[in-house]
Ligand binder design. Structure first.
Ligand code: 2M8
Length: 441
């Protein structure tokens, strides 16, 4: 499947629904592919970082010039990167927003199992200054005055675009007349409307993107031009993970790891101070302009498990929530981890990020749990992921109750992260996993 998704220098998340290169998809796909094709895995990241902006931003989409404009919305004619921003590359069109910084972690892990360590070391040497620029962008441009955490300017930047975690901020938007330029949704040509965001949600997405674009993607004016400024437990949790990986990469390439460790520590401390709510024992997203925390319990609240320095108390509280009936379907053959509280108002087992299980969020939580020694729960998540793809295929997302697949099929990161997960199982886990898979209905 990954080979079929390869288009010469990068991969497509899906040939139909997502016909360009996406930032965090590329990191996940490179990591999975690296177990059998180091060279293409490196090339995937290289292509992405060749489209990096001069201010360090890694765009969330790199457009394929041979794909027609009407194959995906919003395409290059909407973002107009090369003419709207002095920072955007001139030789390739990209979107004007970013996505979670999982790349340093992926690159470090790829290096750890590289069959050709010399080529891998040379690649890390090439990538390191680009990763440094990416993280400087997050820490400088994305921490407007008074903000200790990196903020997103758009739900698409979270990667969990339609999550109820952003509902409050989106509901409060006041969209002026004419604020939403005319547009045609292209996703509905390939996806069932029941699985995709509503038209109302799309209007808000388009409004926010157009407003930021019309400012010339000017981060110096973020507070004025971006009415959606959110620090998220997953966005910032991944930032701690990637800064920690960056410190290790620095040591490998002969640079100084100390500044990256200090940055990781700063974001770690800010997550605890600003996103952690002791009384409820939960992490929540923070709308930074109004200082309001989201009250919806979504899968993003578990992602600080990716922070290696999280205290045992906080890890235990997160694990309690993950084990609760809110995130465990009440039937023995159900699947974890739903993307939204099963009892939450508006939970929807098939709609994009509002309930279904996704392989990438499962993989992130599995990684975080293992890092904190929570092996039993990690194994349950791994088993759910493998049962899902074994039973129904590499769909984009899955029903937590009966495992039905939704969204696009032949979805890149579902395949790639399955490879990574299987490769990392120890012999005991492998045996137990095979036993569970042998009794699949
Ligand atoms: C989804 O997002 C795109 C917009 O970026 C879309 O719905 O059109 C998200 O699931 C995102 O996390 C993912 O990177 C992208 C491509 O798989 O699709």
């Amino acid at each position: 499947m990954l080979d079929a998704a390869w288009i010469g220098a990068s991969s497509l998340p899906s040939r139909t629904l997502y016909p360009h290169q996406w930032s965090w998809d590329s990191a996940f796909m490179a990591l999975g592919r690296s177990w059998y094709d180091q060279s293409r895995a490196q090339q995937e990241l290289e292509t992405l970082f060749r489209a990096q902006w001069s201010n360090g931003m890694v765009p969330h989409i790199v457009f394929n010039p041979s794909v027609a404009e009407d194959a995906y919305f919003p395409g290059p004619a909407f973002w107009q990167s090369s003419t709207r921003s002095p920072n955007a590359p001139r030789d390739v069109e990209t979107s004007g927003i970013t996505q979670p910084t999982i790349h340093a972690h992926a690159a470090l892990e790829m290096h750890r199992h590289a069959l050709d360590p010399v080529a891998s070391g040379a690649f890390l040497g090439w990538l390191y200054p680009r990763l440094v620029a990416q993280h400087r962008y997050m820490l400088d441009a994305r921490r407007p005055a008074g903000t200790r955490l990196a903020v997103m300017v758009h739900p698409w930047e979270s990667g969990l675009d339609n999550s109820p975690a952003w509902d409050r901020a989106l509901d409060d938007l006041v969209i002026p007349a004419g604020g939403v330029p005319p547009y045609v949704r292209r996703d509905l040509a390939h996806g069932d409307p029941k699985d995709r965001p509503t038209n109302e949600a799309y209007d808000r997405f388009v409004y926010l993107a157009a407003r930021y674009r019309d400012s010339g993607y000017d981060d110096a004016r973020l507070v004025d031009v971006a009415p959606f400024l959110i620090a998220g437990p997953m966005f910032d949790g991944i930032l701690v993970l990637s800064l920690t990986a960056l410190a290790e990469i620095a040591s490998i390439v002969g640079a100084d790891p100390t500044p990256h460790r200090e940055d990781a520590h700063e974001i770690h401390a800010a997550i605890i101070d600003e996103l952690w709510d002791g009384p409820t024992g939960r992490m929540s997203a923070l709308e930074v302009t109004r200082g309001e925390r989201s009250v919806e319990d979504t899968i993003v609240s578990f992602a600080p498990l990716l922070d290696p320095h999280l205290s045992t108390d906080v890890v235990d509280a997160i694990v309690r929530d993950l084990r609760s009936a809110s995130f465990h379907p009440d039937r023995p053959d159900g699947y974890v981890v739903p993307s939204f509280d099963l009892k939450g108002v508006g939970f929807d087992e098939r709609r994009y990020w509002r309930g279904p299980v996704w392989i990438n969020t499962n993989w992130l939580l599995w990684w975080g749990l293992r890092q904190h020694g929570q092996m039993e729960l990690a194994e349950e998540i791994a088993a759910s992921s493998l049962r899902l793809v074994a039973r129904t295929g590499f769909h984009e997302y899955f029903d937590p109750f009966d495992g039905r697949g939704f969204g696009t099929d032949s979805f890149g990161w579902s395949a790639a992260l399955t490879i990574d997960l299987i490769e990392r199982l120890d012999p005991g886990e492998r045996r137990r996993m095979n036993e569970r898979l042998a009794v699949l209905p």
